[in-house]
Design a binder for this molecule. Structure first.
Ligand SMILES: C[S@@+](CC[C@H](N)C(=O)[O-])C[C@H]1O[C@@H](n2cnc3c(N)ncnc32)[C@H](O)[C@@H]1O
Length: 239
């Protein structure tokens, strides 16, 4: 994710910076969808690009979970938070766990880190290859090519008694790649630090993702009302 070395330092602020997200509600919807569509018998779940395990926190009572992520700093935090869970350091474009799952999730726009169409197909093929027949995948996409508006400023703020974070960025793009340079101002008792966390993520059309899923043997539907306004969710069932 972005500059790996810098993100190691930022990893400790990840949870604070996503405190606005309602992971509990997201997991209620994820679990409901999986239970409604899953035809395989088991409860093995793979969380791709699991981050610090914020979905795992609410899903672990329902599933036996494996989480993968490619960022070592992030995975260390996940492992410390959830000692009973299996975490694997792996790249979603190339991983092979040599086993299959009843559910595979890839949430909070993490699929966009595939960055190119070629890698998108690899990630979706990997997801399909890790699903049992009748298993379910839920993928939460990033903004589409049309939705991403260059020059739009964004800001989030954390205001805890001993931690203040201002995270700002202005959207830029190079053709179908979004350039997200997040400027962090982080104030703790030790002082104020400034970081720039640089991300390059792919802008994919809905049809592009849907076709890749269908071509990988996943019967796919797009659910308009997902977690975030206008993002939706892709739901695929392994044929
Ligand atoms: C926006 S965060 C989402 C984390 C988590 N799913 C959540 O909802 O909080 C994106 C995550 O994708 C991970 N990531 C980025 N590129 C990746 C790749 N190629 N393979 C695996 N993980 C990746 C990052 O390290 C980061 O933890």
């Amino acid at each position: 994710m972005g500059n790996e070395k810098m993100y190691m330092e930022l990893a400790e602020y990840y949870d604070a910076s996503v405190s606005w997200k309602d992971y509990r509600a997201e997991c209620t919807l994820v679990h409901t969808l999986i239970m409604k569509h899953k035809k395989s018998a088991g409860r093995d779940l793979l969380d791709i690009a699991c981050g610090t395990g914020n979905h795992i926190k609410y899903l672990k009572k329902h599933y036996k979970i494996t989480g993968i992520d490619k960022n070592a700093g992030i995975l260390k935090i996940a492992g410390d938070k959830f000692p009973g869970i299996e975490f694997v350091s792996a790249d979603m474009t190339s991983f092979d766990l040599k086993r299959t799952f009843d559910a595979v999730i890839c949430l909070y726009a993490s699929i966009a880190y595939a960055r190119s169409h070629t890698n998108l197909i690899k990630v979706i093929s990997n997801i399909s290859n890790h699903l049992k027949k009748g298993g379910v995948t839920i993928i939460e996409p990033f903004m589409t090519k049309d939705e991403f508006v260059e020059g739009k400023p964004f800001a989030t703020f954390v205001d805890e008694p001993n931690l203040k974070i201002a995270r700002m960025n202005v959207n830029r793009r190079q053709t179908d790649v979004a350039i997200l340079d997040f400027h962090f101002l982080v104030a703790t008792g030790a002082g104020v630090k400034h970081f720039i966390d640089k991300h390059k993520v792919g802008l994919f059309d809905r049809q592009e993702i849907q076709h890749a899923m269908e071509n990988s043997g996943l019967s796919t539907t797009f659910i308009e009302s997902g977690f975030q306004k206008d993002r939706g969710l892709f739901l695929g069932v392994k044929q």
